[in-house]
Design a protein around this ligand. Structure first.
Ligand SMILES: Cc1cc2nc3c(=O)[nH]c(=O)nc-3n(C[C@H](O)[C@H](O)[C@H](O)COP(=O)(O)OP(=O)(O)OC[C@H]3O[C@@H](n4cnc5c(N)ncnc54)[C@H](O)[C@@H]3O)c2cc1C
Ligand code: FES
Length: 284
């Protein structure tokens, strides 16, 4: 099925065979799906909407959104942490099972600031399972000969994911953990403050972030202090994923009051990545 709509014109619905599943950290799984059309159309920052069950079963009813972490030939990779019923069921699937997948959905990260001769440096900030879309972004930037700095925050050392994928494209990664078991003991936003503070006088960076809402809000605050353009990828629940239910709206600042939905944006269509300075932080 081909979907039509303002930002879902390239999305398709398909049964995708599971070609690999592995544990990458405690309760964290990486899955490869054979999805040639999605793989050929996906851009960094987009996601797939997955029925977290074997084709033919009927429970759970709602799809779950997962960022596309990488595309490789005809395959796409996703990475998830087991949180609840949906992800637990996903983790129990086996190679050869078929998954009902819709994608690629959402708008990709905005890379327009790199369409200049001397672009600003890029800093990627990922928290927990917010890292996967940044892996795809790092690979995309690498293909354009841009090497970002990546900052990863996690609860503890064993929850850090994506380090290998970043180093494979020559990206320096700095870690922060809540318990200090690896890297900086504390918030990943402390690392961001340090990195921004060390930029040469007068220069800025473009920041891309994905992770828990409080982390994104803190990243937005740091970005605003330094006058740095910042895109944040929000991970709200998405009942439909295609803009019809309004279940994923976020409030925007009044001056961004435009379009059918007034101050609200549907992040499945107009996101998940939005410019941080346009968001009305704290209102969801
Ligand atoms: C754009 C985007 C990208 C994401 N990328 C990742 C990723 O890369 N890796 C990752 O681990 N997680 C990612 N998530 C979160 C993921 O979609 C799941 O919501 C999360 O893992 C919860 O796990 P679960 O489904 O097992 O939880 P469950 O406990 O099964 O569900 C969580 C709760 O939300 C409710 N709920 C579930 N789905 C919906 C829905 N569609 N609409 C409304 N309510 C719902 C359930 O009823 C339950 O109360 C992403 C989310 C978004 C929006
Ligand atoms: S999830 Fe339904 S409108 Fe966004």
């Amino acid at each position: 099925m081909n979907l039509t709509g303002p930002t879902s014109q390239t999305a398709i619905s398909m049964l995708a065979p599971l070609v690999a599943i592995k544990t990458v950290a405690p309760l964290h799984f990486q899955m490869s799906l054979l999805a040639p059309v999605i793989a050929s159309r996906a851009l960094a920052g987009q996601f797939v909407h997955v029925l977290p069950r074997n084709a033919g079963a009927s429970d759970p009813f709602l799809r779950r959104a997962f960022s596309i972490m990488a595309t490789r030939g005809d395959e796409i990779d996703i990475l998830f942490r087991v949180e609840g019923r949906g992800t637990r069921q996903l983790s129990m699937l086996r190679v050869g099972d078929n998954l009902d997948v819709l994608g690629p959905l959402g708008r990709p990260f905005d890379l327009s600031l790199f369409h200049v001769k001397h672009p600003l440096p890029a800093i990627l900030v990922g928290g927990g399972v917010g890292v996967p879309p940044l892996v795809f972004l790092a690979q995309t930037l690498h293909a354009r000969r841009i090497t970002p700095l990546t900052l990863i925050g996690a609860r503890t050392a064993s929850d850090v994911v994506g380090e290998g994928e970043f180093s494979a494209v020559g990206v320096e990664t700095r870690l922060a953990t809540d318990d200090g078991s690896v890297g900086h003991h504390g918030r990943v936003t402390h690392l961001l403050e340090q990195a921004m503070g060390k930029l040469p006088d007068g220069s800025r960076a473009v920041i891309y972030a994905c992770g828990p809402y409080p982390m994104l809000q803190a990243v937005a605050t740091v970005a605003a202090r330094y006058g740095a353009p910042c895109q944040v990828s929000l991970e709200e629940n998405m009942p439909c994923g295609i803009g019809v239910c309004n279940g994923c709206v976020v409030a925007m600042k009044p001056k961004q009051n435009e379009g059918d939905y007034g101050r609200y944006r549907r992040i499945c269509l107009e996101g998940p990545a939005l410019w941080a300075h346009e968001i009305e932080w704290g209102k969801r």
